[in-house]
Design a protein around this ligand. Structure first.
Ligand code: NAP
Ligand code: F7E
Length: 375
């Protein structure tokens, strides 16, 4: 049975890929970083399984990578670790370059130094952000790159160094050019998760407004659980090749808001333009009105805030997944956009409901303790 090493195993994709590889019988190893608070929520359910192993390593630290790769001697490496937030890359450009660019080189060299260059298959997490200030719509494997953020520039180095090692040393290393993929495990500061969490909180009376940046930005959003299968398929291919992974369907941030709020029972309409645009309640379902009486038609739920605009923003991403469909037999529309929104909103409705129940238990407990009912 095969052994895989996943960097970035605590992230959204790392957790789904771990589950996928374990289900295929793999021995799964992952790298984690030391932190004063252990945040392993996404993989907590896998810890303790006999075929699941964690090791400390950091993409900024060659020695830790050489140590773990030479010890595990994996058949496959999935390099998912990255500073993955585009807006944060403007605030921490040097850290982003160290991890997202040089980090990829460190992995490739660690594989060579461990004597695994001829056997180990390597997947690199490239990104649609490479197309940046797009030169063609939709984008495929031949579309020229025009990176438009420190994150994208760093990822471009990662992409090209993988290609270089493939050609120079005949290594089986390839990049998946993945378009945005989301899930109920998505980080809470990415736009989709920020919206689904806000829709759930607003519906349950825990938040009154959502502030966003560019509502007109267009993305090709897929479901992360479907995309990790394609990472694996790329490493089972006869030869190392790069693939675009996308759904082939595009929506705006505004559309995402509309569908997410609709799913909790609020129909939105957008009025005004640019910085003055607002998302206003057009109608509310009777079911939601019955549980949250404070929501009223005409309430403003979404406003635009300059805080969420980027110095340069990528606004028109739309992928063409034909090559992955034909050569890998991958289904780009396994989960539709509407299904994705539903999965995310349902999960956040449950999360907020659990948080509210916890708060009410805590409040009751304090009251009972104060009154001496419980000791
Ligand atoms: P994510 O949730 O942000 O996870 C990133 C992972 O990288 C986390 O496990 C994080 O560890 C780890 N990491 C960060 N800095 C590290 C370092 N210096 N050393 C070792 N590990 C480090 O990202 P994701 O959405 O799963 O994405 C996975 C990969 O695909 C990333 O490379 C991302 O850039 C790329 N990508 C993502 C998308 C998308 O739409 N999701 C699209 C295209 C490409 P901690 O938990 O300790 O922070
Ligand atoms: O932004 C706009 C924002 O942060 C999407 C990463 O996984 O996918 C992700 O990068 C769009 C942008 O993702 C807000 O300006 C509006 O145009 O969710 P995002 P991203 O930048 O596309 C790519 C493929 C990756 O590789 C990355 O690792 O939405 N937007 N208002 C906003 N974005 C955020 N975060 N917050 C807002 O309030």
């Amino acid at each position: 049975m095969k052994t895989a090493l996943i960097t970035g195993i605590t992230g959204q994709d790392g957790s789904f890929l771990s589950e996928f590889l374990l289900s295929k019988g793999y021995e799964v190893h992952g790298t984690i970083r030391r932190s004063s608070v252990d945040y392993r929520e996404r993989i907590a359910h896998l810890e303790g399984q006999p075929k699941f192993h964690l090791h400390y390593a950091d993409l900024g630290d060659s020695m830790s990578l050489i140590r773990v790769i030479s010890k595990v001697r994996p058949d496959e490496i999935y390099n998912l670790a990255a500073q993955s937030h585009v807006q944060v890359s403007f605030d921490s450009p040097e850290f982003t370059a160290n991890v997202d660019a040089t980090g990829v080189l460190r992995i490739l060299e660690a594989v060579r130094l461990s004597g695994l260059a001829d056997t180990c298959h390597i997947y690199q997490a490239s990104t649609s952000e490479l197309y940046g200030k797009v030169e063609e719509v939709p984008q495929n494997e031949e579309t020229p790159f025009h990176p438009y953020s420190p994150y994208a520039v760093a990822k471009l180095y990662g992409h090209w160094i993988v290609k270089e090692y493939r050609e120079a040393y005949n290594m089986f290393c390839c990049s998946g050019i993945l378009f945005n993929h989301e899930s109920e495990r998505r980080g809470e500061t990415f736009v989709t998760r920020k919206i689904t969490l806000a829709a759930a909180r607003i519906a349950q009376g825990k938040q009154s407004k959502l502030y966003l940046g560019n509502l007109s930005s267009l993305r090709d959003w897929g479901y992360a659980k479907d995309y990790v299968e394609c990472m694996w398929l790329m490493l089972q291919n006869d030869k190392p090749e790069d693939f675009v992974i996308a759904t082939g369907i595009q929506h705006s941030v505004r559309d995402f808001c509309y569908y997410a709020f609709k799913h909790v029972g609020i129909e939105l309409e957008f009025v005004g333009e640019g910085a003055d645009e607002k998302g206003v309640i057009k109608s509310i379902t009777p079911q939601l009105s019955a549980v949250n009486k404070r929501l009223t038609v005409g309430d403003v739920l979404i406003e635009v805030s300059a805080d969420f605009f980027r110095p340069t923003d990528v606004v028109n991403l739309w992928g063409d997944p034909s090559k992955a469909k034909e050569k890998l037999g991958w289904n780009p529309q396994k989960t539709t956009f509407e299904e994705l929104v539903k999965i995310m909103v349902d999960a956040d409705m449950a999360k907020v409901a659990v948080e509210r129940a916890g708060e009410s238990i805590r409040t009751n407990l304090v009251e009972y303790l104060e009154k001496g009912i419980v000791k």
